[in-house]
Design a protein around this ligand. Structure first.
Ligand SMILES: NC(=O)c1ccc[n+]([C@@H]2O[C@H](COP(=O)([O-])OP(=O)(O)OC[C@H]3O[C@@H](n4cnc5c(N)ncnc54)[C@H](OP(=O)(O)O)[C@@H]3O)[C@@H](O)[C@H]2O)c1
Length: 274
């Protein structure tokens, strides 16, 4: 038996909201060629990928500006946008709200769907960071709030400090070669309706070289990237947010949905380590 029940859905729920987003989203770190990426991202959004992850720090705000261009082309309401603010912005309510407003300006939107603390700030109590994050939502600048790179303990402390909003997401690293969240964060997320956004799910290409991944890909007539990502989205409460700017990569990412690995192959892939 696989370690977790197989989730066959390509739409994953956001907290307890009743809303859901596609099991494959699109990252936006380290885009090399924005012109080419524009074609890729608009294609992705026409192929059933409906959420994009970005951050104020990616390319000094240029990734957010680029996503703004994409939104203008496809329509703001077609995309669930996640952005992340730097930890030091959460040292006060005012600086958190100011940073959020600047992100919205670069994205050219009135609100985003989800704002995350990029990683915990080590100079501010977790509770205070969480309340300053909540202030952004109370101000109406984001529909949902969440965190990134938080441990279960940090997540719990942050949630307990909030009065009006729930943390709906923890964005963490999760791939075939790095399954550390399976020890604690993933079971906690499954039991508490928290969505995991799995970043670096392809290990920037490293996972695609693995012999077992390639063998399974041949067996299913899929690509290694599709096998690696299908494993991730077969977990309950998990979406993968790979980054791709090549058209052929985008087609592969979209083709990760609509099917699932068999349980015996999931079990084989569970044994893979770095
Ligand atoms: N919260 C955090 O602290 C944090 C940290 C890291 C990343 N992230 C987010 O997670 C996203 C994804 O992580 P990542 O960018 O680090 O790594 P990744 O998604 O594991 O790898 C991206 C690389 O994989 C390539 N690729 C994409 N699809 C492919 C396919 N079908 N076949 C072969 N290669 C493929 C891309 O190539 P092309 O670009 O050439 O298409 C790119 O070079 C980031 O963009 C960012 O939004 C968050």
């Amino acid at each position: 038996m696989p370690k977790f029940p197989i989730d066959g859905s390509d739409r994953k729920p956001i907290g307890r909201s009743g809303e859901a987003i596609s099991a494959i989203g699109l990252g936006s770190w380290a885009i090399r060629d924005y012109r080419r990426a524009f074609e890729a991202y608009t294609l992705a959004l026409s192929l059933g990928i409906d959420n994009i992850d970005t951050a104020e720090m990616y390319d000094n705000g240029n990734a957010e500006r680029f996503i703004g261009e994409v939104l203008r082309a496809v329509g703001r309401d077609k995309v669930f946008i996640t952005t992340k603010l730097l930890p030091n912005k959460f040292r006060s309510r005012d600086s958190a709200i100011k940073a959020a407003r600047l992100s919205l300006e670069r994205l050219n939107v009135k609100y985003v769907d989800l704002i995350l603390i990029h990683w915990p700030d080590n100079q501010t109590p977790i509770e205070e960071q969480a309340r300053n994050l909540e202030a952004i939502a109370i101000e109406g600048l984001t529909r949902y709030i969440g965190v990134s790179n938080f441990t279960v303990e940090e997540f719990k402390r942050a949630q307990e400090a909030l009065s009006r909003y729930e943390l709906v997401v923890n964005q963490v690293k999760y791939s075939l070669l790095d399954k550390s969240i399976e020890d604690d964060m993933l079971p906690y997320a499954i039991n508490n309706n928290i969505l995991i956004q799995a970043y670096t799910p392809l290990e920037r290409g490293e996972v695609l070289k693995d012999k077992l991944v390639r063998e399974i890909a041949d067996k299913y007539n899929k690509t290694p990237a599709q096998i690696a990502l299908n494993f991730i989205i077969s977990r309950p409460r998990v979406i993968a947010i790979p980054k791709a700017e090549k058209i052929e990569h985008i087609r592969e990412l979209a083709g990760t949905m609509g099917w699932r690995l068999k349980s015996e192959d999931i079990e084989l892939l569970e044994k893979l380590t770095k």
